[in-house]
Write a protein that binds this ligand. Structure first.
Ligand SMILES: [Zn+2]
Length: 599
């Protein structure tokens, strides 16, 4: 820690450069008064770093908590610190083009209002979504009703909703650990997320794009604002794009180069990203744009000014992902496993001295394991790890072998005394999983999690540890799942609607059920057959015959209605109508607040 480059204050200069005005107070509410964003609650970060935080993360949080309207360059502005992400505004001939309208409509509207207070009441004449993550489109209805061009990379809609269809409930639960919304905001508690302070909690919306960006080099002009695009699929998101404003000499890097080591695999869970593609597209971005840009900015963090500094920044980001990828492959081909590689790989000294390579959001440790996972999967090749008992079963046996719960706690204290907190939590976790009533183990585990959290440079590690401690002490935080707005249901394809039914079928309960339904989507002119056999719900487009047990004629809205329990009112049915009840009878529900640190 002693050799961290604290003398380098360049980020603070960049984060403050172009400052125009703050939102004061920085509290944003819904129409009925619920707080969805409160940046003032982070004022304590202006103080010196306490013993309860890693100095490097404290510094990053001081930077992320800066909020307000900033001029990036002539005609381009950013509102930062009013959500997890930034909203960028590029002024055109008649109005302003909004890039990435935050997570919630309330925050996006507040950001636009702040901009207008200082730049005049310009109409929003276009929107650009840099990629298909909700912190880059969810607030769109806060800035427009949708009667303007909306640009996005090809495949945007599919990816914007896919995450919510499949592993959504589990990701939402794990995101509570990743961002720590249930933690107090204090020097001991939540001090940010590395990428920004946290996610806002207002109304999420989605308006489908009207202009697809399908190739690198594509040029579009919206309200006189010229943009030249570079597609970067498979980087930070499955579809994403960088773009240059050639007339402003400004480069938007979406979320491909931000002021941290980003996630190859976020701790909340996701499909593994491709570190190699990520690095290659950064190389391409340098070649395409670096000599035409005087400022580079992204949809998180603060911009970088000056051609040389931009090129150095992008090259270092590129080297960082390349290094992690190639070193992981080098070492796995020598037989090292993910956990071993995570210990063996260290950032090269030059990168270590650049603040923007530090793991505030991603980390060397978990990214290396993600790269291993991408190539070799969960299994490390050792047959001892091929068929282990699940956590509670193995915990019971470990505790038995070690002489019981009290003995395990005594062992754990020994490792804590030697400052081996990592092994202490493994021991204590066994003790808790073997016997949740072991209060001593529980309290001690919470204490060690807290110490690990306070020592973490990575904000998401800190939040995970502190949430673990919090739930051990106070029980499970119930996850308030925002009901997806009708925008999201409307965005689902029929195929995705059937997919979302398929993953709710309780297999064993459906083993002996056999049924088929034809769905005629009258408004779309599409026909599907779904069959249930052997617990598998299978869909097929355009069935050739009409041998299904039941045929339903309905609109997509009625199909969505059926899903949300609205019943079959108004749906034309032909055949065996009990089939629908039999299907509903085998559907299961996700558990939104499952246990994580207890069995
Ligand atoms: Zn983002």
């Amino acid at each position: 820690m002693a050799d961290l480059p604290f003398h380098d204050r360049g980020d603070f200069e960049d984060a403050d450069r172009g400052f125009i005005a703050k939102l004061s107070p920085a509290v944003i509410r819904t129409a009925d008064g619920q707080v969805v964003w409160d940046n003032d609650s982070y004022d304590f970060l202006q103080g010196d770093c306490p013993r309860t935080a890693h100095p490097s993360l404290w510094r990053q949080s001081q930077l992320c908590t800066r909020q307000g309207l900033y001029e990036v360059t002539d005609g381009i502005y950013q509102v930062r610190g009013l959500d997890l992400s930034n909203m960028t505004l590029a002024e055109g001939e008649r109005g302003v083009v909004v890039i990435d309208p935050l997570i919630s409509t309330e925050c996006a509207a507040a950001a636009l209002k702040l901009y207008r207070a200082h730049r005049g009441d310009r109409p929003v004449t276009g929107v650009v979504y840099t990629h298909a993550h909700a912190d880059h489109f969810g607030g769109v209805r806060g800035v427009t009703g949708g009667d303007v061009p909306i640009l996005a990379p090809a495949g945007f809609m599919e990816h914007a909703v896919t995450e919510n269809v499949f592993a959504g409930p589990a990701m939402i639960r794990r995101a509570v650990y990743m961002y720590g919304p249930a933690l107090p905001r204090s020097p001991e508690g939540q001090i940010g997320a590395g990428l920004g302070m946290t996610a806002s909690t207002g109304t999420m919306s989605l308006i489908p794009p009207t202009v697809e960006i399908t190739r690198t080099g594509q040029e579009e002009t919206v309200d006189g604002v010229r943009m030249i695009f570079q597609l970067t699929p498979g980087t930070e998101a499955p579809v994403e794009m960088n773009f240059l404003f050639p007339d402003r000499r400004a480069l938007c890097l979406a979320e491909n180069a931000t002021h941290n080591l980003h996630n190859v695999l976020p701790l909340r869970g996701a499909a593994v990203r491709d570190a190699r593609a990520w690095a290659r597209y950064l190389t391409e971005a340098i070649a395409l744009f670096a000599d035409r840009a005087e400022v580079a900015f992204a949809s998180h963090h603060w911009p970088t000014w000056g051609r040389e500094r931009i090129e150095r920044f992008l090259s270092q980001q590129r080297d960082m992902y390349t290094y992690l990828h190639d070193q992981t492959l080098r070492l796995l081909n020598k037989g090292l496993t993910g956990t071993e590689i995570a210990e063996a790989v260290h950032m090269p000294p030059e990168l270590e001295q650049a603040w923007h390579t530090h793991g505030y959001y991603g980390s060397v440790s978990h990214n290396v394991k993600a790269i291993y996972q991408r190539y070799l999967g969960w299994f490390d090749g050792n047959p001892a790890n091929l068929w282990p008992h699940p956590p509670r079963e193995s915990a019971t046996r470990y505790v038995e072998c070690l002489g019981g719960g009290a003995a395990v706690v005594a062992f754990a204290r020994r490792y804590i005394d030697e400052n081996d907190l990592r092994f202490a939590v493994q021991l204590l976790n066994h003790a808790v999983f073997a016997d949740e009533g072991n209060k001593e183990a529980r309290d001690l585990l919470a204490e060690v999690y807290t110490r690990l959290g306070h020592g973490a440079e990575n904000a998401t590690w800190r939040n995970f540890y502190l949430m673990g401690a919090h739930e051990l002490a106070d029980g499970i935080v119930s996850t308030t799942v925002e009901t997806p707005s009708s925008d999201f249901f409307a965005a689902l394809t029929v195929e995705q609607i059937f997919d979302s039914i398929a993953i709710r079928v309780d297999g064993p309960r459906a083993w002996h059920e056999r049924l088929s339904i034809d769905w005629h989507l009258t408004d779309l002119g599409e026909r599907y057959r779904t069959t249930l056999s052997n617990g598998a719900f299978v869909q097929q487009a355009e069935p050739r015959d009409d041998s299904a047990d039941l045929t339903l004629r309905l609109t997509k809205a009625q199909l969505v209605g059926l899903l949300s329990g609205k019943g079959v009112e108004g749906v034309e049915r032909e055949g065996d109508t009990t089939v629908l009840q039999r299907l509903v009878a085998v559907l299961d529900r996700p558990v939104p607040d499952f246990a994580i640190v207890t069995a």
